[in-house]
Design a protein around this ligand. Sequence first.
Ligand code: GLC
Length: 581
Amino acid sequence: MKNLLPIFLAFLFLNLIACEPKKPAPEKDNLEGKAWWKEGVLYQIYPQSFKDTDGDGYGDFKGVIEKLDYLESLGITMVWMNPFFESPMVDNGYDVSDYRGINPRYGTMEDFQAMLDGMHARGIKFVLDVVVNHSSDQHDWFLQSRSSRDNPYRDYYHWWPAEKGTPPYRHSLFDPEGAWEYDSLTNAFYLHTFAEQQPDLNWENPKVRQEVYDIMKFWAEKGVDGFRMDAFQFASKDTTWPEFPEGHEKDFIKWYGMRPQLHEYLKEMYAEVIEPYGVFAVAEGAGSTFQDAHDLVDADRKELQMAYHFETVDLSRTPEGYDLADFKNVFSKWDSAFAEKGWISIFLSNHDNARMVNRFANPDPKFITPSTQLINTFLMSMRGTPFTYYGDEIGMTNIDMPTIEEYVDVEALGKYQAAKSSGQDMEEFMQILNYNSRENGRTPMQWDATLQAGFTTGTPWMRVNPNYTEINVSAQDQDPTSILNHFRKMTKVRKENPALVYGKYELVQKEHPDIYAFTRKGEGQNLMVILNFSKNSSSIKLDQLPTESNLIINNYSDVNVNDQDMSLNLKPYQALIFSFD
Ligand code: GLC
């Protein structure tokens, strides 16, 4: 018996380490109070367009590895990377056919690990995109599911047997013909909220949920620090399939999103993955009311840590742009809804949107620098975790694509078909698409002025924006007044001034037509942020003025104050932050 004890203990120990998640237990304040994901500055990488090293025209992991020092130089602390899994690429990787496999276009698992380790070595956390509202129709689950009505995977997806007649109409975001697709193989319809090749997974099935948690654990064990839950508000469905009133799809989120069961599933996910692995999760979408959003992220609910809503990014959808009063209102209202509880992200662009410069700044060469610096100052000064989309740190702009032939994006092509069949004015449609399409935000990263902007030595998967000769990293790197160096300053300012993370936000002179001014107070600091959103000079009277000693950031070389009447005169798109007593 004596001799067996060490063996027994070794066995016990091995079992213990096999069962224990590799990641440390989360800190107590994971949801409430201070947290790394609140203090972080996130940078989003669209891997296909970031940096190609093998000349195939697609960005790859080795390209990201090559640019790790650049990422570190930006002062960002988190990277969210769009999907890089095995995929037929109908929706550029948002149609996953193997959640544990890497699309060879991006490299191997070893390359992924090297990239992740390289980020960690530089203090950068990694956020994985989890696309589980739907899979690809080429995923083995779906191939099995569609093969027969009694296949064990049948209930992994939503099926409507055709003998019951036509299913109640459901809108699809990508397919003008609606979200039910007839499949003759088993004489049934399957549901797809996005493209026909992206069947919705059945979250009501506990086996599906377990599969998802296992996938998340697989990546958490590789060391990823967080998850971005794609299209997640739509995951749970009312499977009694009631008829919805005509036109309901105009209020898509209200009818299709945030079902009560979703919260049960999130609690389950939190207990299974988020808490034990000490990881963080952010949901795409936050429902249609503040209550919905709070239900996702309030600390005591233990569901998610963060969500992002679309109300701010949706402010500018046509070439006419947006109104500053609305901009102030929407940001202020979301801030006040989350002043006491919960946490959201702050962003104005991502891979589903046209470029921030065109929609919220001013792409005119005369103004692009100060106006982009102003928007970046704004994003880094608000309460919430700032998300920056690759290229926005150098002011990349929309690409001009006036005719449909050049479009490859499944969303743009679906919208085009829908507009055509409903008899819309196609000239006007194309003008808006050209301004607003998400292809604008997917052009290759502009590294330098060499051929293909230094993105690839081959033919890029998508045309490089011809303005790369002027707008590129290399041109801005050494220029202290560039958009890039202002961005670097702002990430530093954010880190050095905790009031910008945790301080209370208060709008100043709400009615000012050109200037967005607000204070951030807390953590022993009082900060004033003053942003002139106009291409003209503008002035504001204040109780406190910036001085040489209290000025924290300025995107011009000087400040024009008048101590007599306590006014501050700002140049076009001038952005200032100063501290006050
Ligand atoms: C999300 C993604 C988007 C994708 C869609 C379908 O909205 O951000 O890019 O097309 O989900 O997965």
